[in-house]
Ligand binder design. Structure first.
Ligand code: ZN
Length: 164
């Protein structure tokens, strides 16, 4: 009923209908990471081209429900051209969003007071998904796929960083 929910719906539909960064990248230099959400039947293949500390390019193929596809589209738009650290932070912040609100479902007012991260941008529109726990995995699929992609891409770099 609220206009905020209408706005959120618009943003999600826009990304579902006109997904950003669809396609594939040549491997190498890109690396490929696959993710599945069997509960809903969502499937994603993520291509990441990482140059040093920067996510140079990102593409996605796959199919699934509007939530999973919109989340994936927003995720690619959010991390493209950004640092690997930013991408990792975004994974944490988005998962926080998907769990933090769960505990506040009883109180709409607390929802409004929940501090929003500017990093999330349009991803914030997926907040409403928390009301439908079975769909949370649809929303987090792209981020789990991103996490495994970053792990396989930056395994060596991360190792060096932690031992320093
Ligand atoms: Zn789904």
């Amino acid at each position: 009923m609220s206009s905020l929910e209408d706005l959120y719906r618009e943003v999600i539909l826009d990304h579902y209908r006109s997904p950003r960064n669809r396609g594939e990248l040549p491997i190498p230099p890109a690396i490929k990471s696959e993710g599945k959400n069997p509960v809903c039947g969502d499937e994603l293949t993520l291509y990441l081209e990482i140059d040093g500390d920067t996510v140079n390019d990102v593409k996605i193929t796959g199919s699934g429900c509007s939530i999973s596809m919109a989340s994936a589209s927003m995720m690619t738009a959010a991390i493209k051209g950004k640092s690997v650290d930013f991408a990792r932070d975004l994974i944490v912040e988005f998962k926080d969003l998907m769990t933090a609100h769960e505990s506040h479902l009883e109180s709409e007012e607390e929802n409004h007071e929940h501090p929003r991260s500017e990093n999330l941008g349009e991803l914030d529109s997926l907040t409403g998904v928390v009301k439908f726990p079975v769909r949370i995995k649809c929303a987090t699929l792209a981020f789990n796929t991103l996490a495994s992609g970053l792990d396989s891409a930056g395994g060596q770099a991360a190792e060096t960083a932690t031992t320093e």
